[in-house]
Design a protein around this ligand. Structure first.
Ligand SMILES: Nc1nc2c(ncn2[C@@H]2O[C@H](COP(=O)(O)OP(=O)(O)O)[C@@H](O)[C@H]2O)c(=O)[nH]1
Ligand SMILES: [Mg+2]
Length: 448
């Protein structure tokens, strides 16, 4: 897909589809003020095109001689605008039909309908935003969980761009040392200088890449399966974590026969919590199907909460579960801690957390442990990589840096260039490949 032109004038409804108190039609480009002049008549007289910069003017929105609505005109003169071009925001009543009518009037006045992300694309091309911040804008709009929103805020604040900038500085220094060593061999520029800068850059990139999984969990959510024998307290724990009664709880074992899912925020990540049928041998076909599903869900989950009834003697099935579950993905819980403990903490031979869904004890500790398990190395990092596109580019840069020491001196510059170009693809700097921009902005909504 070729990039849309950026030097004409575009218009779009900037607010969400649907009914709202206020809606905004946004215009950007060299003719933005001229277009506004045609569709907007200031109440106090005068011309829209002459309205003061960054000051709201009340007036009438018109299509030719036809009155459409009352509203505000808010001009932002280039370059002090979101896109870096002349921008006009028309604020009017937020009905879909009236917004459409005003948009149509701007199109008749010479604007072109904007495609997805075109406003933000212009901001990037005019140096108002680097690409990581532009993508954060897209992520902010799409964020449905607080965890995703928080990562978008961090990205918008420019922290990823900053972290990459540090790595880029080291790579550029390595490049300079390399060129000096090749051009002036008699100066004796030590190899160690190149190697030190490469190592610094690599370490920073590797730290960033190590956050990619947590970043995925923040944006797309992790899958967390609750497993254990019937009556262990799985459904009660799900409800306690959610803070409302999502699952049926019953004294009779086998209450939950199918599985059910519920979204949950766990600190810096979002999670889909999955309550499963209790694991036991059964002659009931439906329940047996549920048990098979529970096993499959546990195998595919990012983290498993394995529950054992803490108030009843351990059963052979509980020990079998310890052998069955992957220890790196499992958090072990002894439930019903409000009742007398029926077995000692070390009886299962795995790290154990005691908690009670009835009095809430141990719940905070469990949430913290689950979050820590999902964050892994990312726990200590503020900036996470939240896009597969970024993770791919980081992998490519790291691979080039790993190759570098294995090739002859005069070829090492190529690997440095490869690494630098990979990072440029993330930030949108340097000779940005068109496909990168069109790929990124195709995912945006119209009007952003
Ligand atoms: N005393 C006590 N009883 C609990 C607790 N959690 C669950 N139960 C009881 O244990 C039984 C089974 O609970 P449920 O959540 O349905 O277990 P599941 O079969 O694993 O989903 C119900 O009677 C619950 O009231 C707890 O923390 N303390
Ligand atoms: Mg249940």
């Amino acid at each position: 897909m070729a990039l849309a032109p950026i030097d004409d004038t575009i218009a779009a409804i900037a607010t969400a589809p649907g009914i709202g108190a206020i809606g905004v039609v946004r215009i950007s480009g060299p003719e933005a003020l001229a277009v506004a002049d045609v569709v907007f008549r200031p109440a106090g007289g005068g011309r829209a095109a002459q309205a003061a910069d960054r000051v709201a003017t009340f007036g009438r929105l018109v299509d030719g001689d036809v009155f459409l609505d009352e509203g505000l005109l808010l001009p932002f003169h280039a370059p002090r605008s979101y896109t870096g071009q002349d921008v006009v925001e028309l604020q009017l009543h937020g009905g879909p039909a009236v917004l459409r009518a005003v948009l149509d009037a701007t199109l008749r006045a010479g604007a072109r309908p904007a495609g997805p992300g075109e406003f933000t694309l212009r901001a990037v091309v005019h140096g108002k935003l680097d690409l990581t911040r532009a993508e954060a804008v897209g992520a902010m709009i799409e964020a449905r969980s607080d965890a995703a929103r928080r990562q978008a805020s961090i990205g918008l604040a420019g922290s990823l761009a900053h972290a990459l900038g540090e790595a880029q500085t080291h790579l550029t220094s390595a490049y300079a040392h390399l060129v000096a060593a090749l051009d002036y061999p008699e100066e004796g520029v030590p190899d160690a200088d190149v190697a030190a800068h490469v190592a610094e850059a690599r370490a920073r990139l590797a730290r960033l890449l190590a956050t990619a999984q947590a970043g995925r969990f923040a944006v797309h959510g992790a899958r967390m399966a609750l497993v254990g024998r019937p009556n262990a307290g799985k459904s009660s724990l799900l409800n306690a974590l959610l803070g409302y009664e999502r699952a049926l709880v019953g004294a009779a074992p086998g209450t939950t026969r199918d599985y059910l899912e519920a979204p949950l925020e766990l600190g810096r990540v979002s999670v889909t919590a999955i309550d499963t049928a209790g694991l036991r041998a059964t002659d009931d076909d439906v329940e047996a199907g549920g048990v098979a599903r529970a096993r499959a869900l546990a195998a595919a989950a990012d983290v498993v909460v394995a529950l054992v009834d803490g108030a009843r003697p351990l059963a052979a099935e509980d020990r079998a579960l310890v052998a069955e579950l992957d220890p790196t993905r499992t958090v072990w819980v002894a439930t019903k801690a409000d009742l007398p403990h029926a077995w000692p903490d070390d009886a299962l031979g795995v790290p154990l957390l005691r908690m009670s869904s009835h009095d809430g004890s141990g719940l905070d500790a469990l949430e913290a442990r689950l979050e820590a398990r999902l964050l892994g190395d990312a726990a200590g990092e503020e900036t996470w990589v939240t896009s597969e596109r970024h993770a791919d580019a980081l992998r490519e840069a790291i691979a080039a840096l790993d190759r570098l020491p294995t090739v002859p001196h005069d070829l090492q510059g190529l690997d440095l260039e490869t690494a630098l170009r990979a990072l440029d693809r993330i930030t949108g700097r340097g000779d940005v490949v068109e496909t990168t921009l069109s790929e990124v902005f195709a995912r945006f909504c119209v009007g952003k």
